[in-house]
Design a protein around this ligand. Structure first.
Ligand code: GDP
Length: 307
């Protein structure tokens, strides 16, 4: 989802040579394949958006897969990029790197100040390692390896599979399906009370390109050597209950929402402090209302591929 949005953005900006690989063309968990790729292609800048990602259930059910695959992907790409002389790299992490009960809004320096949320601890530890790896390469080799921490993302090419998706695509799918099949009740996991911040993936791609394009002195004077990442958020959040109401209304659902307390709530709140990014000259443009309805349209148009 994020990779294809960055490619769209770079193409619109007239970038002449964008090198991509699909998962079937290059398995980033295989060290020698990644080394070969970097040796064959002469890559100048790397957007490291590839990762194993998933919603609360997938993270909770498959922690070993999440920690292993993410550590492998990022280690292979970061080290091969270094060896191949890549001039700049942007590592994409996640807002789940922060302590479960971090003060809100969460500033970058809250990382590693408290206990992580249990449902996605394995994924978070891998992402923290990615940031620290970029910092270590900068300290040891002077690499210009930067990191961006996105909040919950959504948009075209999202995962709409109910077992592994995040909440927003899951709700779009559930409410749309209920309207199509005439069901009167839609289940929503947990209590509905947790709050989440949502950013459209085209905004994320714009922020990624913005961070990548910043001159080195500007980026590195806004961050520090031991806290080098930049939060990328929308700036405000909604409760899951409120999100469900909004999605229901966009889909034209008139029935009842039923919360399922047997499913986990996860972190109570994770609203990012985006002042660092703002000071670097970037703000989001796509409202939640607009993003929700365009993502619904995308989902309906691609219903067969959404599983
Ligand atoms: P998180 O941000 O890492 O917790 O990941 P999710 O996006 O998967 O879940 C966010 C919140 O939405 C959690 O409190 C979930 O329990 C809640 N939620 C409600 N309904 C759903 C659903 O159908 N799918 C998912 N993934 N989460 C849901």
């Amino acid at each position: 989802m994020v990779g294809s949005a960055i490619v769209r953005r770079l193409s619109t900006a007239g970038e002449t040579r964008v090198v991509t690989r699909t998962r079937s063309e290059l398995d980033l968990t295989r060290q020698s394949d990644v080394e070969e790729f970097f040796a064959d292609e002469r890559i100048d800048r790397v957007y490291l958006a590839a990762a194993r990602v998933g919603g609360i259930k997938a993270n909770n059910d498959f922690p070993a897969d999440f920690i292993r695959e993410n550590l492998q992907i990022q280690t292979n790409v970061i080290h091969s990029a270094h060896r191949a002389g890549v001039s700049r790299l942007l590592f994409l992490g996640s807002s789940c790197i922060y302590p479960r009960l971090a003060a809100q809004p969460i500033s970058e320096d809250a990382m590693m100040t408290g206990v992580l949320e249990a449902t996605n601890e394995a994924y978070a530890v891998a992402k923290i390692a990615g940031i620290k790896m970029c910092e270590a390469y900068r300290r040891q080799f002077g690499s210009d390896f930067r990191s961006a921490m996105p909040t919950n993302l959504y948009g075209p090419n999202d995962n709409f599979d109910l077992d592994s998706s995040h909440v927003l695509p899951a709700l779009l799918r559930k409410f749309h399906q209920a309207v199509v099949s005439g069901e009167q009740v839609v289940p929503v996991w947990g209590s509905g009370k947790p709050r989440r911040e949502f950013l459209h993936v085209d905004d994320m791609a714009a922020a990624s390109c913005h961070l990548m394009a910043l001159p080195a002195d500007q980026y590195w004077s806004a961050v520090s050597d031991h806290c080098s990442h930049v939060n990328v958020g929308f700036g405000s959040d909604v409760s899951i209950a409120e999100l469900a109401e909004r999605v229901a209304s966009i889909c034209g659902f008139k029935g009842r929402i039923e919360f399922d307390p047997s499913m986990p709530d996860g972190t109570p709140r994770k609203l990012l402090d985006v002042s660092r990014l703002k000071s670097l000259g970037w703000e989001p443009e796509i409202s939640l209302q607009h993003g929700l309805s365009s993502t619904r349209d995308w989902m309906v148009e691609h219903w067969n591929e959404c599983g």
